[in-house]
Design a protein around this ligand. Structure first.
Ligand code: V47
Length: 357
């Protein structure tokens, strides 16, 4: 089946299958692929593209997981190993100009901080900044906290929700392939556990996101399988707000000598494919930090309807050689979206519209 037939299928609301997905990833007809992905996007959000005034907090770079794709983690003895105390986090957020809507909090798996540190972090942020959505902790962190305390996933999530956790980011999914997990992140939870945490979060009315880390040793089949698995979770237990494909940055990782950064064509095809397969996800993000602001802007023509936010300072991708700026001002977000021919909409963490530009 060619791209024309796939386009027809989508026009009539039929889902695509694995063969179609392979066809898209192996085609170089970028104009057509973009057009198909945009047709899915237009049904959901028309010409709107969302951004959020947010701040990333990476509370520690100590991590016991030691994934081979990560340039961010430290063991503890290095000069640049750090862990933020809760007062430091409050101070960082307080430095931001007024109007911030979301703090996105993720960190390494710290060797000895107790669960109370994470609960206090959330409740303290909520106490000081009651209007800010606390989007915190990946499924990997939730699994780790549950083991620290001997709690179930449900008890761990309920405790954090009672403390003020509003939503969860999509990290830690990497690619749901056991083959790749064993090679690159053997200490990280497998697909089944990642899915279980997100399903329980959704059942507790905690909205979450999902990601895919690609551009390393994964195959196209593994990318496609990952996307169909996410589609199924959303069918069974809806609650995902957004999907974010993340392209691997090899610098300063053990893989830097063997893997080159993936090219723009693949980044755009994966973005488009995710918009097409995940037609039960409300939003797809062109994450400018990893894509660069320029490819991120082009990504808006490949089905993305969100560019994340102002960020403040990002550490995970910049440790791995990202050349994008550390943060972007609101005016840059608006300009990027307008100049691509779309309507900029400032949103809050849950996609409520704050202002249309
Ligand atoms: O899980 C780590 C990835 C993720 C590298 O939910 C790397 O809105 C590329 O999940 N090269 C964390 N990627 C970031 C994340 C995220 C980002 C933006 C928005 C949202 C959201 C979530 O970063 C990790 C991992 O997959 N990562 N190292 C690297 N060298």
């Amino acid at each position: 089946m060619g791209l024309d037939a796939i386009e027809e299928k989508i026009k009539y609301g039929e889902p695509i299958d694995i063969k179609d997905a392979k066809e898209i990833l192996s085609s170089f007809d970028l104009i057509k692929i973009g057009k198909i992905a945009r047709s899915v996007k237009y049904k959901k959000s028309d010409k709107k593209v969302y951004f959020v005034f947010n701040k990333h907090i990476n509370y520690t770079n100590l991590c016991v997981s030691k994934c081979k794709f990560c340039a961010f983690y430290r063991n503890g003895e290095e000069d640049d190993a750090y862990t933020m105390e809760i007062d430091d986090i409050i101070e960082e957020i307080a430095k931001m100009p007024k109007g911030i809507r979301e703090v996105h909090i993720v960190g390494g798996l710290h060797p000895n901080k107790p669960f109370s540190y994470y609960v206090d972090m959330v409740s303290s942020i909520k106490k000081h900044f009651k209007d800010i959505n606390v989007k915190a902790f990946t499924a990997v962190e939730i699994d780790y906290f549950s083991k620290l305390e001997g709690l179930s996933y449900e008890e761990t999530l309920k405790t954090l929700k009672d403390a003020g956790l509003d939503s969860m980011p999509g990290g830690g999914a990497e690619v749901f392939s056991e083959r790749v997990r064993k090679k690159l992140y053997p200490n990280k939870i497998p697909y089944e556990k990642w899915a279980e945490v997100h399903k329980i979060a959704h059942s507790l009315k905690i909205p979450t996101n999902a990601t895919l880390l690609f551009g390393h040793i994964e195959t196209d089949d593994e990318i496609i399988d990952h996307l169909f698995k996410l589609r199924k979770i959303q069918e069974e237990t809806p609650g995902f707000l957004c999907f974010i494909p993340l392209s691997f940055h090899p610098s300063n990782t053990p893989l830097e000598k063997t893997i080159e950064k993936v090219d723009a064509v693949k980044e755009l095809k994966v973005l488009a494919l995710s918009r097409i397969i995940l037609d039960n996800f409300p939003h797809i993000k062109a994450y400018w930090v990893m894509l660069s602001p320029k490819i991120g802007q082009i990504g808006l023509h490949f089905g993305a309807d969100d560019i994340d936010g102002t960020i403040g300072q990002e550490r995970v991708t910049h440790a791995a050689g990202a050349k994008s700026p550390l943060g972007l001002a609101k005016d840059n977000m608006v300009g990027m979206i307008k100049n691509a021919g779309f309507i900029p909409v400032e949103r809050d963490a849950l996609y409520n519209e704050i202002r249309v530009y």
